[in-house]
Design a protein around this ligand. Structure first.
Ligand code: NAD
Length: 484
């Protein structure tokens, strides 16, 4: 397959929080992979900036260890790793004071693309933005990259947007939701808008309902105290699941451009109806003989924070009026799986009689693991005995269909960082999108806080609380099984 990667200009990339967990696990191993793929121009430099008192060699050693631990085992050629590390330097800096800023300013080369990755807590965004300007190292071509969580409610998200807007134009701000960088998530748009097959059926006339599941097997152990202030609604639904919902539900943009795509996503969020409290199920995992409960992990025996949520919502627009969207996500579930399932309506008239049973087409899009798509088709059960029907999968696993090309595809972080360098904001959330998403989630959270609702317990390794099953059963539907 011929690669048509858009080249990247020489750049200076500063990673504030360059010694942190995210930088070590994702950002630097990702940059290393892009370097090996020949996408990082030779004269580019990466500058780690963090509080630790490290010299250049100390930082390079830290990054070498991080790449060995978190990088791809097949990308560990020592010479190439050494070449990559030669592009890296370090500044010990205080985001809230003056320490290190003069040194950083000396390293930034005029005339290049400058990107500043704020891989630090959101409390430091304002300080960083202000000091970048004060020290003359940000101009109208500079880009800043910010991480989730972008606020914890509408008010705090607005405050962050205001702080950033004091120093940067919206076209310079790249808000990361790494889900948008996933190959399969982008494929959602390709499947919908590059094939004529689905789009005519992609509406409430033909779609019975849509399910979005993001299940995890891990608990919150280790970051329980942090998670307990957030919960599944803030941590997963407000960003990742909402983004998936937008891509599945949005109208075709006029072109695949940043504002065209984001305008359409925003319209979906704005068309979301408030959720009926009876259409939400919240859960917390219970203890097992060997493992702690959610409340043990959170360190609060009375915590009311949810580690699981399932909800039904509606989009009030011409295309989707009447089609429910069921969203569910949780921790310590049966398997790690992210999947979107479009369930089509039954054929309008069954010519094969009642004994052939009820059948419907489904399109399942697997984001992880085994990225791919399965189209559920109904065919004749082979052999004698009349016209019995069975459902069979038309299965396409991308790894099988695309072979090595998919293995070499950049992961979410790699792709997004390179998009920052290319100045392409399509896969980043715009400020108004984030605010609209909080505007929808805030009343839901406030509602259950007002009512003092207690999450339902669920077993580790299950599919969530029984009530989540009932949410579907009441409507005569069922969740697709989370497969182990
Ligand atoms: P971390 O605590 O591991 O690292 C924080 C970094 O910030 C360190 O390098 C530290 O030196 C630096 N720092 C803190 N205060 C500073 C100051 N005053 N001046 C200069 N540097 C300072 O955090 P992390 O896990 O790497 O997360 C960074 C950000 O990314 C957070 O906002 C987090 O919510 C977000 N995030 C992290 C992950 C993840 O997987 N770790 C995933 C998504 C989002």
């Amino acid at each position: 397959m011929v690669s048509r990667v858009i080249p990247v200009e020489r750049f200076d990339l500063v990673i504030f929080g360059g010694t942190g967990d995210l930088a070590r696990r994702k950002i630097l191993p990702g940059l290393h992979r892009r370097y090996l793929a020949g996408q990082m121009p030779e004269d580019s430099q990466i500058i780690g900036a963090a509080r630790a008192d490290l010299d250049e060699q100390g930082y390079r050693d830290l990054i070498r260890d991080a790449i060995k631990e978190f990088g791809d085992p097949k990308d560990q050629d020592e010479t190439r790793l050494g070449d990559f590390l030669n592009h890296i330097s370090y500044v010990s800096i205080d985001a809230t004071g003056e320490k290190g800023w003069g040194t950083l300013a000396e390293k930034i080369r005029p005339g290049l693309i400058h990107a500043y990755y704020f891989s630090v807590g959101p409390g430091l965004f304002g300080d960083l933005a202000e000091r970048l300007h004060k020290h003359g190292i940000a101009d109208e071509r500079s880009r800043i990259v910010v991480e989730k969580p972008f606020g914890h409610d509408l008010e705090s998200a607005r405050a962050l947007n205001r702080v950033l807007a004091e120093h940067f134009d919206e076209c310079q701000v790249y808000r990361i939701d790494h889900y948008l960088g996933k190959e399969t998530v982008q494929n959602l748009m390709a499947v919908r808008f590059a094939n004529i097959l689905f789009e005519p059926l992609w509406n409430s006339q033909y779609v019975d309902h849509i399910q979005i599941t993001v299940s995890e097997t891990v608990g919150v152990g280790g970051r329980g105290a942090y998670y307990d202030k957030s919960g599944a609604m803030r941590d997963m639904v407000q960003n990742h699941l909402m983004q998936l919902l937008c891509l599945i539900a949005m109208e075709p943009p006029s072109r695949f451009g940043p504002d065209e795509v984001r305008d359409e996503k925003l319209k979906v969020i704005r068309a979301l109806e408030p959720v009926d409290p009876h259409h939400i199920v919240r859960g917390q995992y219970s203890a097992t003989a060997d493992e702690p409960s959610y409340r043990d992990d959170a360190g609060d025996p009375r915590s009311l924070t949810e580690s699981f949520i399932a909800l039904k919502c509606h989009i009030s627009n011409w295309r989707w009026s009447g089609t429910p969207f069921y969203l569910r996500t949780g921790k310590k579930l049966k398997a790690r799986e992210s999947e979107i399932v479009v369930v089509f309506k039954d054929a309008p008239h069954l010519i094969f009689g009642q004994e052939s049973g009820q059948h419907c087409n489904t399109l399942a899009i697997r984001l992880q693991p085994n990225e791919g798509m399965t189209l559920g088709m109904t065919i004749k059960d082979p052999g004698p005995g009349g016209m019995r029907l069975i459902d069979v999968p038309l299965d396409m696993t991308f790894a099988e269909a695309l072979g090595e090309d998919i293995d070499d595809a950049p992961d979410a972080y790699e792709r997004l960082i390179m998009d920052v360098m290319r100045g392409n904001q399509t896969l980043f959330m715009r400020g108004d999108e984030v605010e609209a998403a909080w505007g929808w989630t805030d009343p839901i959270i406030a509602g259950w806080q007002d009512r003092g609702e207690v999450p339902k317990p669920y077993d580790v390794g299950s599919s969530g609380p029984e009530d989540a099953m009932m949410l579907m059963h009441r409507d005569g539907r069922r969740w697709r099984e989370i497969k182990e």
